[in-house]
Write a protein that binds this ligand. Structure first.
Ligand SMILES: [Zn+2]
Length: 487
């Protein structure tokens, strides 16, 4: 919302009033805000969104289509390879994929699930039967849009998640801001809090914990099942600790332990599981689910996600599962932000010079804009969304900045494509706000590289929300599904 306000040149309160229609605003202000919203692809948050959808008679299930999964089981089975383990893994994998597809594309008929996943209808029935009996899934007649007549035959029934009392929490720990939000598997999102990330990890964790408890207290009678946290750095193999966050200067932070809470609304009981995930991997989960839901991606998708914000991180989806690395390197995969792009270039926080994120992250845009001068006549250089706004307004310097950033981004993406042998790349984070200026030079840089020689490579923009709370909620939701399958 802050970004919308900057682009529209109004306060965040005004943006809020325009969205919620809580105060009369001039037509000009309203239009500026609406244009900014469209340019930024901004989705009004939780309450506003849910309200808008109910108002329009659209099922809340469409509010939140995301996700993907935990690759560990599959990769372990491939490495150790006893036939029995593989069969079991395949069965668990099929169940999880069915649930993911239901969540991503709900409401969805059984026959459609079987077709999309290439499995028998009987397999789908076997998996969903107990879940229907328990009320986790429900099967209802599909509602046709008004005015559309059913042509023939029995009305098809479609699967969706039931209105469970269970819910999960996403915590997006950003370098500048932290967001906490609640969601259900049916796609409903309710309650959201945001605050500036405190410089000290213990204070930040205490605020997150307080925020989780406060939000949970607002939904009595519901049970918190999983907390998913996205963090700006690599995690350890257990997905409980953040190993290092260069932009925050934090090392070895035990996030899971600090956020451990008892389920609210339940007497006693075990602490709620906390899953900590690198933010680029979380964004990759989000994009995989989004694309699975709209049918633009096969369940066994392969792509690399480049998340560009304050830094750059890369998430990997291989065969429909996120890949985090293996052995001692688990949790480290995708740390491309610190590969050298310019020899002897700008000094990076990591100690190296010329790192990719010093040239192609959203925050690098400010120094690219300022050029070799440290400051513009004593002024602080504009931030990324301001540069986009200036470029939209026709300012040449701003346009050139975004074009150069696009070129640097393309050089790094070409390295990612060539190094990993993955031909599809999705770009996520606030960088996508300036996509129309970045796209051309980016494509050109990739085209000139070795990556450009392979056929069918593509680089496309993702959703900014996946890089924030959307990704964090996704981490929790996917863990939730894994636990439904594994119980
Ligand atoms: Zn670096």
């Amino acid at each position: 919302m802050r970004d919308v306000a900057v682009l529209a040149g109004v306060s965040t309160a005004t943006v809020s009033h325009v969205i919620n229609q809580t105060r009369r605003t001039t037509r000009e202000t309203r239009e500026r805000v609406e244009v900014a919203i469209r340019q930024l692809g901004f989705v009004p948050n939780a309450a506003g969104r849910a309200l808008a959808m109910r108002k329009n008679g659209v099922g809340a299930t469409h509010a939140f289509k995301l996700g993907n999964g935990n690759g560990r089981a599959v990769f372990e089975a491939e490495e150790t390879a006893p036939a029995q383990a593989q069969t079991l893994t395949a069965a668990v994998g099929a169940s999880r994929m069915i649930l993911r597809l239901v969540r991503a594309a709900q409401p969805i008929p059984r026959v459609e699930i079987a077709r999309r996943l290439g499995v028998n209808r009987s397999t789908v029935t076997e998996v969903v039967k107990p879940l229907l009996a328990e009320g986790i899934l429900r099967e209802e007649q599909e509602v046709l849009p008004t005015g559309v007549a059913r042509t023939s035959g029995r009305p098809p029934v479609a699967l969706s998640f039931g209105d469970l009392k269970e819910f999960f929490v996403g915590v997006s720990l950003g370098v500048r801001h932290t967001t906490v939000g609640l969601a259900t598997l049916a796609g409903e999102r309710f309650g959201e809090e945001e605050f500036e990330t405190p410089p000290e990890p213990q204070e930040a964790l205490a605020r997150m914990r307080a925020s989780v408890k406060r939000l949970c207290a607002k939904v009595p009678g519901r049970e918190l099942k999983v907390i998913g946290v996205s963090v700006p750095g690599p995690t350890d193999a257990t997905r409980g600790r953040m190993v290092y966050a260069p932009h925050l200067g934090w090392r070895g932070v035990d996030v899971a332990q600090a956020l451990s809470v008892k389920p609210c609304g339940v007497e006693g009981g075990a602490p709620v599981p906390v899953v900590v995930e690198n933010d680029a991997t979380a964004a990759a989960l989000y994009e995989a689910r989004l694309r699975l839901g709209n049918g633009s991606e096969a369940p066994n998708a392969n792509f690399a996600l480049v998340r560009s914000g304050t830094g750059i991180g890369v998430g990997l989806v291989l065969g429909g599962e996120v890949y985090r690395g293996t052995g001692g390197g688990e949790g480290l995969a995708g740390e491309f932000g610190h590969m050298t792009i310019v020899a002897g270039g700008k000094q990076c926080r990591c100690g190296n010079r010329g790192c990719w994120e010093m040239y192609a992250s959203a925050s690098a845009a400010s120094s690219l804009y300022a050029g070799d001068r440290v400051q513009l006549g004593g002024q602080t250089p504009p931030r990324f969304v301001e540069i986009v706004a200036r470029a939209e307004g026709g300012e040449l310097r701003a346009r050139r900045t975004l074009e150069r950033l696009g070129e640097y981004l393309g050089i790094g993406i070409a390295n990612v494509i060539t190094g990993l042998g993955v031909s599809r790349v999705i770009v996520s984070g606030r960088l996508v706000y300036g996509w129309k200026f970045i796209k051309g030079p980016l494509q050109e840089a990739v085209g000139q590289s070795m990556a450009g020689r392979i056929s069918g490579w593509s680089v496309e923009p993702g959703e900014p929300t996946g890089a924030g709370l959307g990704g964090a909620v996704e981490v929790a939701a996917d863990e939730f599904l894994a636990r439904v399958v594994g119980r």
